[in-house]
Ligand binder design. Structure first.
Ligand code: UT7
Length: 331
């Protein structure tokens, strides 16, 4: 039987209109524009207003992706939503998105692997496409982390922003799609990115509220070291599995956590920075949304073409890592 490939036929992104610059943060936090730019490359972040939730942002990006693909939401066979900042622990945000899209009875699941969530979800989508189990799959990466950081504490709050990105994957007879991928997890150092309370280990209480231990905490230096250690090898392995070399790659789309991490990886891998898609300056770290947001934005600007060979690479909470060699559409 002929192999079924997966083609990305639609993409879309959404970032809330409210932009908070580093200079604005200087007014309320013991921080400075210069510190944030020098240490991270971030100039501004988009932050959701009170009317927005994770699901409403996911739905906005999804409608754009569905419109581009030219299929109604009722034609979807599967919805995958990657996020670590859902509307609720339960119901799953994926079911909320499914309902809000009017995609009646379509299976939906939430993938919670931190910043690697979109790549994990995309790889999952391709398994269903390539086996022929499902034909039309919506994959969303969305994050509303501004509600999970302590805005009175400088070390984490300045780093994150809110956004959503989505793609539609459909079958294709012509060669394209996910050519090689690596997914990894090492929970031994999971404490490096943690929301210590609010879950079963430490349920919400007065003490939790007073301590603020329900907010996101991060050991920045540990995560930085981890990220620079895994990016190169996971890219090399995905390329090896795809039977390709770095010379075949048009664009690398990395998770946008810190410009210095991207610069270190570019140096380490000897790939000039102008082949890396970078938009952290305007959006900060949008976790599971960062790759689909950067992808949709660079496709819309025409910088990236759907027939280009892409290398996606991500790392984050878990600790997890994920990389994928992707050709969205046949040549
Ligand atoms: O997406 C999930 C994955 N996350 C990441 O990849 C994040 C990885 N880590 C990083 O990006 C960096 O480690 C950070 C940007 C989080 C921090 O940069 P750093 O160069 O590792 O700084 P640091 O944490 O070692 O802190 C250096 C200094 C400290 O002061 P002292 O102890 O040297 O006096 C901090 O208190 O900078 C201080 N500091 C700040 N100063 C001004 C920390 N946050 C701030 C701030 N403004 N916002």
């Amino acid at each position: 039987m002929a192999k079924t490939y997966g083609k990305i036929t639609g993409w879309g992104a959404y970032a809330p209109p409210r932009i908070i610059t580093n200079h604005e943060l200087e007014a309320t936090l013991d921080t400075s524009h210069d510190w944030i730019v020098q240490r991270t490359g971030i100039h501004a972040r988009h932050v959701a207003d009170a009317n927005e939730t994770t699901s409403t942002m996911a739905v906005k990006a999804s409608w754009s992706a569905l419109a581009k693909a030219g299929i109604p939401s009722t034609e979807l066979d599967l919805i995958l939503v990657a996020t670590s900042s859902p509307d609720y622990f339960t119901p799953p945000v994926s079911s909320m998105v499914q309902s809000m899209l009017g995609a009646h009875d379509v299976p939906a699941m939430t993938i919670v692997t931190g910043c690697t969530g979109f790549v994990y979800a995309l790889v999952t989508a391709y398994q269903f496409i390539e086996t022929g189990a499902y034909r039309n799959i919506l994959v969303v990466g969305v994050e509303l982390l501004s509600r999970f950081v302590n805005w009175e504490e400088r070390s984490v709050s300045v780093l994150f922003g809110d956004a959503a990105g989505a793609v539609v994957v459909q079958p294709s007879d012509e060669p394209c799609g996910l050519e090689g991928y690596v997914l990894g997890s090492d929970g031994t150092n999971g404490q490096a990115i943690i929301m210590p309370a609010g879950g079963s280990a430490r349920p919400f209480s007065e003490d939790v509220l007073q301590e603020g231990s329900h907010y996101l905490q991060m050991n920045g230096r540990e995560v930085f070291k981890f990220a620079t250690r895994v990016i190169g090898p996971s890219c090399d392995e995905a390329l090896r599995l795809a039977g390709k070399s770095m010379a075949d790659v048009d664009w690398i789309i990395p998770h946008q956590a810190n410009l210095r991490i991207i610069q270190a990886a570019a140096k380490d891998m000897d790939i000039p920075l102008d082949r890396w898609i970078v938009n952290i300056d305007q959006y900060a770290n949008t976790s599971a949304a960062s790759i689909p947001l950067a992808l949709a934005e660079s496709l819309e600007s025409g910088r990236v073409k759907p027939t280009d060979t892409l290398l996606l690479v991500s790392f984050g909470a878990g600790m997890t890592w994920a990389s994928a060699v992707l050709q969205m559409q046949p040549n």
